[in-house]
Write a new protein. Structure first.
Length: 312
């Protein structure tokens, strides 16, 4: 396994054994790093609400063969659109990233990619995402178009509000409604309520993540819920975890089918968040990163239970 010093062009906080640094052709690595392909947790956290949406739709309406394509299309779309979102984020944050120890090795501040090249890469990923989106039906297309404003605004949120994690939650969890719309051809109350519950979850996990940068953020004036909550973070995050679990339980109830199975998934999801809280150490960056990444498992637990409830 290569260390950071043996891979001087690698991004500082990327897993040392990530597939980009190990297997991708050297010429493609700066672009894949710009898309955060070397750190797939973001793709998972964008994809999982989409799979929740499919599960809720199957619970409400029964499974369809087309759901298999929706699940696959969401996976491809999450990869490319998360990459596009990260590219846009790095374009807007390139000066800030150069001042933060954890982010100054990213492709734009480190000079691996030019600003013009980043804009072209953003356009290319957006076009791929559009091709995927149009296969999911008119309702899903409109939901996808509506999400663009949220994606565009998010990188600037840390400049004008202490709640950038809230804006991330708006954008990152939109897929629960989009995927539901792809199945149903409309958006019902269940996915809207699930979106609200998922927003609370995003504030939970991204505040844990933001504690890694709290000191640097304070020096350069970047706002975050980690800075806002400070030493009160464990108690406040417990509240957001409780809200997320409660609201997701309501979303499940609104589907009207196989509720016990789905509620068991919500409970298991909540127990995972409780485990994270018990291990949370705000001043330990490596612990924060490990707990943040563990939210892939938390989300997949609920996705599995919703799928079983929808197929039953």
């Amino acid at each position: 396994m290569q260390s950071q010093t043996e891979r001087p062009d690698a991004v500082f906080d990327a897993p040392p054994d990530n597939w980009v640094d190990r297997f991708a052709p050297p010429a493609s690595r700066p672009w894949l790093r710009l898309s955060r392909a070397d750190r797939p947790i973001g793709t998972w956290l964008l994809l999982i609400p989409c799979w929740w949406g499919i599960g809720l739709a199957m619970m409400a309406d029964g499974p369809r063969l087309f759901d298999l394509w929706i699940a696959l299309a969401c996976a491809i779309g999450a990869f490319v659109m998360r990459g596009a979102g990260c590219t846009w984020n790095d374009i807007t944050d390139r000066d800030i990233d150069a001042q933060v120890a954890r982010t100054r090795s990213r492709p734009l501040p480190s000079g691996q990619v030019s600003l013009r090249g980043a804009y072209f890469w953003l356009l290319a990923q957006g076009l791929v995402g559009l091709v995927i989106l149009v296969t999911l039906g008119r309702a899903a297309v409109w939901m996808g178009v509506a999400s663009l404003a949220l994606v565009a605004i998010y990188p600037f949120a840390k400049r004008f509000t202490w709640w950038p994690q809230l804006f991330l939650g708006f954008a990152f969890n939109w897929g629960v409604m989009l995927a539901y719309a792809a199945h149903m051809g409309r958006v019902d109350p269940a996915p809207v309520v699930a979106w609200l519950g998922a927003i609370a979850w995003t504030i939970f996990y991204d505040t844990i993540y933001a504690h890694q940068d709290a000191d640097d953020d304070a020096l350069i004036g970047v706002k975050s819920t980690a800075r806002l909550f400070g030493d009160r973070s464990p108690a406040i995050l417990a509240g957001f975890a409780l809200v997320s679990v409660a609201v997701l339980a309501v979303a499940v109830a609104l589907t009207g089918r196989n509720l016990l199975m789905a509620w068991a998934g919500v409970l298991a999801f909540g127990l995972h968040l409780l485990w994270q809280l018990r291990n949370f150490q705000p001043d330990q960056g490596d612990v924060c990163l490990r707990l943040f990444r563990s939210n892939r498992d938390a989300g997949l637990i609920l996705a599995l239970f919703l799928a079983v409830a929808g197929l039953a």
